[in-house]
Design a protein around this ligand. Sequence first.
Ligand SMILES: C[S@@+](CC[C@H](N)C(=O)[O-])C[C@H]1O[C@@H](n2cnc3c(N)ncnc32)[C@H](O)[C@@H]1O
Length: 391
Amino acid sequence: MSGRRTPTHACLVVCPPGLEELVADELVALGARPGRRGKGTVTVDLTTRRLYAANLFLRCATRVLVRVGGFTVRTFADLERRIGELDWDSWLAPDVAPRFRVTTRHSKLWHDGAIAERFAAALGPGSGTEASNGGPNPLIVVRAVDDRFTVSIDSSGAPLHERGWRQATAKAPLRESVAAGLLSSAGWDPTSPLVDPMCGSGTIAIEAALRAAGVPPAHDRDLALRSWPCFEPGTWASVSADVGRERREAPVPEVDGPPRIVAADRDAGAIEAARANAERAGVADRIEFRVAPVAALEPPVESGSVAGLAPGLVAVNPPWGGRLGGGDLRNLYATLGRVAAEQCPGWGIGVLVADRALARQVRPGLTEQLHLELGGRPAHWLTGRLASQTT
Ligand SMILES: C[S@@+](CC[C@H](N)C(=O)[O-])C[C@H]1O[C@@H](n2cnc3c(N)ncnc32)[C@H](O)[C@@H]1O
């Protein structure tokens, strides 16, 4: 077989721990072949086109790092020499001062600050200069393990889970990337209804509505890669055109009738925040907001048998504690399970919990889909099916 191979970049996709397999699935959907999984990381070789697409379309990722080079060194003199040998001109404009994030393990050169200084001395003319795109200065990530240094540049800029729509927060908001992961791993079909009866700032419902509308997560973000000297405007334009196609081919392109997505919370302030966020995200017309306790959980109006919609999903991130004591929490979770089964028979249910025993109050026999770490604390996403009325 002949033919030119398109050059690829060795990349590391960073994500919240627990979402690695979902990120790998998303990479496969972009035509890439994911490699090794680490805690919160997935390696993958990406063409320039796929690198741009990964930044625009990955819903579960935090950032995409691109390898600039690697070397083994044990002295600062060798480190300085090897830094000078890397091809920085492709990645850094001459007037931009990068930031450095250094970690070391089992290495002779272990002083992170001293290593960052060597990089800054070699690369940081006029430190403090703003990046030309007005965003944060480029981030260079340096990792040394057993004296082997890997030097990467961040292609994303602000973390990809910061979609830009969430300015109003309620209590304990989820990252947008985590909400997207919950929906994917529950197998939610974007044409079917969804109810979050304890929605807080609305993250799960808004991510669901964006998916139904075919809005790519980073569609209006200023990505760091756009200020690289090697940035390819033609390739970018062609990948951006895919954003338009995604929207045209959205699972639910137009809102036809009452919304299929319900976001409810007993706290009126939370609903106000959720609505403001949904408006910024451009999906407020796709969500029905309700100030209501979980005991009043109901499916969206149109999701009954009349509309003939597929059974939906109750997706919920209940409080984990706070002012609620153990007995109150158990009651709350039991009420959730009972009312969901009464109101949404045959639907799926997904519950994000810190304590698996509490999930049993909702419904016995739920299956753990994701083992996450949220704010350094283990969390479990358990899913199952609510019995249909005939059973
Ligand atoms: C962990 S927060 C949800 C955070 C949300 N996933 C987000 O990303 O912003 C839990 C929410 O449950 C709500 N809540 C607590 N008890 C409730 C009840 N009995 N009925 C309805 N909502 C309740 C709280 O007001 C809070 O907004």
